[in-house]
Each structure stands twice: as structure tokens, then as C-alpha cells.
Design a binder for this molecule. Structure first.
Ligand SMILES: *Cc1c(COP(=O)(O)O)cnc(C)c1O
Length: 364
């Protein structure tokens, strides 16, 4: 198999994009202030509402997901921010809040783990926070947080819930309306299997009302502007039109009833990967999964390697076979690798990868 064959790219973002979706981007460009674009926008919005499980508009930003993390903070009401930090991306959320001038209290958990809800509750009771930030699926460690419970705790204590579901949305259940998430965001290049360059978010009515009073919203990520233009099926500035074509095609492919199916496929890919690790443990080459059972993401698994197996070599050797997986994050680079089992991959393509991994581990 070569690296260009579909189903060999297993990074935890960007993920593999189907040829039909790439082809959709070749349509001629159009003005973003005309009816043709508005129709494309409407299809995208309609599809994204189904992905987000919301009746509210989903805003489409021509930026990477980090841009909307910044938007989440900038548009939130003044006051301190409680950040749940259990890996690189949730740490980034806290850093963004600090960079935007917020006082941040960080609740940290070791890599692989999640922040215990009791800790969140006592922190929220001890002090009044404007907002709580959390990563739904922490892509650097493969841990999944119970964002529904976090949102409930935030509400009960008068704070807004700001949720990064960049590697969760599209691959794991997210119920924006039912869980009353105030601001939930994702990016195009993870479980939605689109090229990088777009980011999507949904803001609750009360968040949006508060945003109108937020003093330092800036310009590019002003959510009030997004809402104003979204009502006309437009964007505040020039959008990445070609990427909208890809989004439109992917939303059509997922269809009106596709989410349960998509979630089930991701759960099956995760289960296949987890079972494989268990099965491989006796070989002495892999030692387990970083995140404990019960709080694992369905889209990414961090596999720990034995002391005498340099995970970086495994990643390189696998690449020679045409399979691309992610290296372990930061200090975990030598002792783990990350398998992205998300987007448009399937149990069949994951099984091919895992077979190649067996050979790679045996050959070292
Ligand atoms: C990839 C990722 C991000 C950052 O997304 P960009 O599109 O690179 O800005 C943020 N949070 C999580 C959980 C991610 O997986």
C-alpha cells in the first residue's frame, strides 16, 4: 500500500480526506456576497446544525480551531476563568485566556487523566467565575471529559461553559442544545474529515446576549458580527470559499440521519484499537493505553510502548510502510504514539493499520 491510497493516514489531525471531498473544492470561485454563496452557506449551516445537534446557527470561521478558542474567551463576559487542564490543548485554552487578559485558575490533571468533577464543583463554589474551559477529547492524551456534567456544574454556579470539542465533534456524541453548552467549537480537520482551514462554533442565546456587552471582543472573532452575517447566510469577511464547497459536500454525505451511524463507527474503531492493545500486551512491546478505561476518547488512542521500544522509531518505520500515525505529545514522544481513528476511517482501515503495526513492532 502506498501513502496515497485512502485509509493510510491516521494522524489525530489533520485526518484523511476522501477524494470526492477534495474534488468538490475544484469548483469555480464565486462572490461571497451573492445568492450562489448564500445557498452554499445555507447547506453548510443546515448540515452543521445536525452535527452539533442544535436548532441554533453554527458559525463558520475561516481560521483554524484555535481562532474560535480565542473567540470563546474574548466574547465571554468579564471575569476570571476556570480552566480544566489535562493535556496540551486544554493548556492552550488556559493560555489563550491569560493572553486575552483573563485571570485564570487552572485545575490540572496528569496526562491521560481527566479533572475530577468534585474538584470542578468545589472550585466553582469557592469563587465566582465568568467561564469554565475544557477539552472534550484531549487529543494529546486520548482522554475524554464529561462535558455535559461540566456544563451543568458551570451553570449551577453562574459560569458559562466553553467547550473545545475539536477532536470530539463528529466522532463522539455532542448534544449542544440538550447539554446546554454555551460555546462549543470544533475544527474542520479532525473527526469531520475535511481539509484544515475552517472552524465551527455554536453559542447559546445567553452567551450571545452577554457577548454584545463584552468589552474586548476584537474584530475578526467578534461573535456578534458572526451572528449578524449568519442571519443572511454570509460571513463577516471573505470566507475560504473552496473549503465551503468541501464542507457542503461532506454535510450532504453525512446526511440528515448520519450522526448516530458516525458515532457508532467511531466507537467501533476505538473498541478495535483498545482490544488490539490488550491483545498485544503479552508481546511486551506495547504496555497499554495512556487514558484509563471509562474516560477514553473514541477518536484518538495514545498507545504506550515498552521501555526498550522507542516510539519515535515505530512511527518512522510505520511511515515507511505507508501508514502515518501521530507521535507522542511532548514529553511522551519516546514512550508513546497516537493513533487517530476518526473522520472517514473505518474498522476495516484501522484493522489494516493495526496489522501493519504488528509487523512493524515485530521487525524492530
Ligand atoms: C487540533 C486541536 C486544536 C487546535 O486546532 P487548530 O485547528 O490547529 O487550531 C485544539 N484543541 C484540540 C482538542 C485539538 O485536537
Amino acid at each position: 500500500m502506498t501513502a496515497s491510497a485512502f485509509g493510510t493516514f491516521f494522524l489525530p489531525g489533520p485526518t484523511e480526506v476522501r477524494p470526492e471531498i477534495l474534488a468538490a473544492m475544484q469548483r469555480p470561485l464565486i462572490s461571497h456576497r451573492g445568492p450562489e454563496f448564500e445557498a452554499v452557506y445555507a447547506h453548510c449551516d443546515e448540515g452543521l446544525r445536525r452535527v452539533f445537534r442544535t436548532t441554533r446557527p453554527v458559525f463558520i470561521s475561516s481560521s483554524s480551531a484555535t481562532g474560535l478558542m480565542e473567540a470563546a474567551i474574548r466574547n465571554a463576559p468579564a471575569g476570571p476563568v476556570l480552566s480544566l487542564v489535562n493535556g496540551a490543548f486544554s493548556a492552550r485554552f488556559a493560555d489563550i485566556a491569560r493572553a486575552c487578559g483573563r485571570v485564570v485558575e487552572a485545575l490540572e490533571a496528569p496526562y491521560g487523566e481527566v479533572v475530577a468533577l468534585e474538584r470542578v464543583e468545589s472550585a466553582l463554589r469557592a469563587r465566582r467565575f465568568a467561564a469554565v474551559t475544557a477539552a472534550h477529547s484531549e487529543t494529546s492524551t486520548g482522554a475524554a471529559q464529561d462535558v455535559q456534567a461540566i456544563a451543568e456544574l458551570a451553570h449551577a454556579n453562574g459560569a458559562f461553559s466553553l467547550i473545545d470539542s475539536v477532536s470530539g465533534m463528529g466522532g463522539m456524541p455532542v448534544e449542544t442544545d440538550a447539554w446546554a453548552l454555551d460555546f462549543v467549537l470544533t475544527g474542520s480537520q479532525k473527526a469531520l474529515a475535511l481539509p484544515p482551514g475552517l472552524a465551527f462554533c455554536c453559542a447559546s442565546e445567553r452567551y450571545l446576549a452577554a457577548a454584545a456587552e463584552a468589552p474586548a471582543r476584537g474584530r475578526y472573532f467578534d461573535i456578534v458580527e458572526f451572528a449578524h452575517y449568519a442571519a443572511k447566510h454570509q460571513t463577516p469577511n471573505t470566507p475560504a470559499v473552496s473549503l465551503f464547497y468541501a464542507l457542503e459536500a461532506q454535510m450532504a454525505a453525512i446526511g440528515p440521519t448520519g450522526m448516530e451511524c458516525r458515532w457508532a463507527r467511531h466507537a467501533a474503531m476505538a473498541a478495535t484499537t483498545h482490544a488490539w492493545v490488550e491483545h498485544q500486551r503479552p508481546s511486551g512491546r506495547v504496555t497499554g493505553i495512556l487514558a484509563p478505561a471509562g474516560s477514553r476518547s473514541n477518536t484518538v488512542t495514545v498507545v504506550k510502548t515498552a521501555d526498550d521500544v522507542d516510539a519515535r522509531r515505530v512511527v518512522d518505520a510505520l511511515a515507511e510502510r505507508g501508514y502515518v500515525v501521530g507521535g507522542g505529545y511532548g514529553k511522551l514522544a519516546a514512550s508513546s504514539f497516537r493513533i487517530g481513528h476518526m473522520g472517514d476511517q473505518s474498522v476495516a482501515t484501522i484493522t489494516n493499520l493495526l496489522d501493519a503495526l504488528v509487523e512493524t513492532l515485530a521487525a524492530r
